[in-house]
Design a protein around this ligand. Sequence first.
Ligand SMILES: CC(C)(COP(=O)(O)OP(=O)(O)OC[C@H]1O[C@@H](n2cnc3c(N)ncnc32)[C@H](O)[C@@H]1OP(=O)(O)O)[C@@H](O)C(=O)NCCC(=O)NCCS
Length: 194
Amino acid sequence: MILSSETQPITIRQTPASAIESMLPTLIERLQETVSGGVGLGFFAPLSYRMAREYWLSIIPELVHGSRILLTAHDDSGFVGCGQLALSQRQNSPHRAEVEKLFVATAARGKGVGTALMEGLHHTALAHGRTLILLNTRADIPARQFYKSLGYREVGVIPGWTVSASGERYDHVTLYKELTYAGAARGAVAASSV
Ligand SMILES: CC(C)(COP(=O)(O)OP(=O)(O)OC[C@H]1O[C@@H](n2cnc3c(N)ncnc32)[C@H](O)[C@@H]1OP(=O)(O)O)[C@@H](O)C(=O)NCCC(=O)NCCS
């Protein structure tokens, strides 16, 4: 899937489990950078190399199974971001998926990469029959406004949902978006061995 940002084309790829090992150094470095930048994505800063590596390796079984999908964004400098879709495996929710671990490399933010990734995730969700998309984010970070600018609606704030390393509690907000097939004519996300 090729999407043009203001400055240059961004390629959004579905990255298979088989590509994780070769991308590990970049994935680890960018995840560490994001966590150090103040958005923990489930981790405490500083995120160790070992823990970041274990995290990326831990998603491989779900990627193989097909219950999780990893999209990566690339410009001519290489990897610039990623996001995941967790497809509900429950019998009563074949229409539901969650967006997880979306982040853009610090130097590439504000250029449309995050939006391109979300469009790719939406397209991929629809391709898997998933129309109800959920996500959860800290209430005090810019991502909250980012998701709202993409049409996500807030369900509400859960006080103290997560904690920092020092024990400080953070409020989180849950958001959702109902996708329609009418708005999904942007082309397929390419499966790639990267
Ligand atoms: C949130 C994030 C993924 C957005 O990616 P991005 O590539 O910077 O976003 P885009 O350039 O596509 O921005 C699209 C819109 O989002 C909103 N937005 C993005 N960053 C914003 C910020 N820092 N403050 C306020 N609004 C912001 C704006 O409405 C923007 O539209 P505009 O360009 O017309 O102003 C990225 O900033 C990031 O990786 N942040 C750290 C990790 C994180 O917070 N992940 C989400 C955890 S749930």
